[in-house]
Design a protein around this ligand. Structure first.
Ligand SMILES: C[C@H](O)[C@@H](O)[C@@H](O)[C@H](O)C(=O)O
Ligand SMILES: [Mg+2]
Length: 376
């Protein structure tokens, strides 16, 4: 929330709630492509709340384009189920247990003294921007050279469509980044369990730290089997970007089915659910390495991972937050990356307000960007 009047006497009554379908044509250049999603258009169902005091609220959930209209309808239904119109903000916060799904609370207020280290150095990040599956080898090389020049040391490569291609791409990246930098691979659920073990074993020579989403994200025992089989190679299993609640994460942790836990700020629905997962990961001594990228996921998750470091884990061992270098310019408080680290956000709120002009231009299907695109 942001606005001019935070006076205690104001009721801040909600007078308007709108949901917009906002899409970016990222598929045109194959940004975001992987073995399962070959043409994603990064998009959001974006919610705006107006109050009578001028205070405004913003929130969104991320999608890959097609079907954003379903997210929009769902958001509208949720808002109307809570009869938001004419309600005061106080009446919602007083019932936080019931309304937490609606809230994306600012966690910045928890920052305390360890904060100093984060303010100086920031939180370590890795990049996925160099090696989307649809990029050519030449593009891979160029982006990797630029990333190395900009201080990146941790790189994720998309795999899973063709083993020989994967070997060539991993070899290329490993040669460029050298033995001491970190390589991760991500198959986006492409394989069955046995296939995953076999395929990843063939890529073990490139020393990936983890294989991400090797199989169906709901197959907890399958992930456990893959984890066990790959442990001798020193390759961990990472998953979580499709994991939709804390109960799923609890079982992944209980079954030793993941070695790197990837919360997703939107998928888990509300800050509260994310915090529960951070606490469980700490109990099980599993590092949290959030999923980010998309539209605004970096903006949101930076708050959660700083909270994790400052208030829960106090450790950076084997921890890093994903970074993807797209679409930040559409936010009023974009993430700040310095020397491959997320610098703590200084603006109040959850960094989820988009620029009105961007929303207008990319509204689907009526925005000018889409009108132009459809004419072609
Ligand atoms: C379709 C998307 O770009 C995914 O490929 C992406 O979220 C990915 O799995 C990631 O880990 O960043
Ligand atoms: Mg992934």
């Amino acid at each position: 929330m942001s606005g001019s009047d935070h006076g205690a006497k104001m009721l801040h009554k909600i007078i308007n709630v709108t949901v917009r379908d906002v899409r970016f044509p990222t598929s045109l250049e194959q940004h975001g492509s992987d073995a399962m999603h070959t043409d994603p258009d990064y998009s959001v169902a974006y919610v705006l709340v107006d109050t009578d005091s001028g205070l405004k609220g913003f929130g969104f959930t991320f999608t890959l384009g097609k079907g954003t209209e379903i997210g929009k309808i769902y958001s509208e239904k949720l808002m109307s189920a809570f009869s938001l119109h004419n309600r005061s903000l106080h009446s919602l916060t007083a019932l936080l247990k019931c309304t937490s799904q609606l809230f994306i609370t600012c966690v910045g207020c928890f920052f305390s003294l360890p904060e100093d280290q984060m303010l100086k150095e920031g939180y370590p990040a890795y990049t996925t921007s160099c090696a989307w599956l649809g990029y050519s080898d030449q593009q891979l090389q160029q982006l990797c050279t630029d990333a190395l020049d900009n201080g990146w040391t941790k790189f994720k490569v998309k795999v899973g469509a063709d083993l020989e291609d994967d070997k060539r791409r991993c070899r290329l990246i490993r040669q460029m980044i050298g033995p001491s930098n970190t390589l991760m691979i991500d198959a986006n659920q492409r394989w069955d369990v046995a296939e995953a073990i076999c395929w990843v074993s063939s890529l073990a020579e490139f020393k990936p730290l983890w294989i991400e989403e090797p199989t169906s994200p709901d197959d907890i025992l399958g992930h456990a089997a893959i984890s066990k089989a790959l442990a001798p190679f020193g390759i961990g299993v990472a998953t979580g970007e499709q994991c939709h609640n804390r109960v799923m994460f609890k079982q992944f942790l209980q079954a030793s089915a993941l070695q790197f836990l990837q919360i997703d700020s939107c998928r888990l629905g509300s800050v509260n659910e994310n915090l529960a997962v951070l606490l469980m990961a700490h109990k099980f001594k599993v590092p949290v390495c959030p999923h980010a990228g998309g539209v605004g996921l970096c903006e949101l998750v930076q708050h959660l991972i700083l909270f994790d470091y400052i208030c829960v884990s106090a450790s950076l061992h084997n921890r890093m937050c994903e970074y993807v270098d797209h679409l930040h310019e559409h936010f009023t408080s974009p993430v700040v990356i310095r020397n491959a680290h997320y610098m703590p956000p200084k603006d109040p709120g959850y960094s989820c307000e988009m620029l009105e002009l961007s929303v207008k231009r990319h509204s689907y299907p009526e925005g000018e960007v889409w009108k132009l695109h459809m004419k072609k």
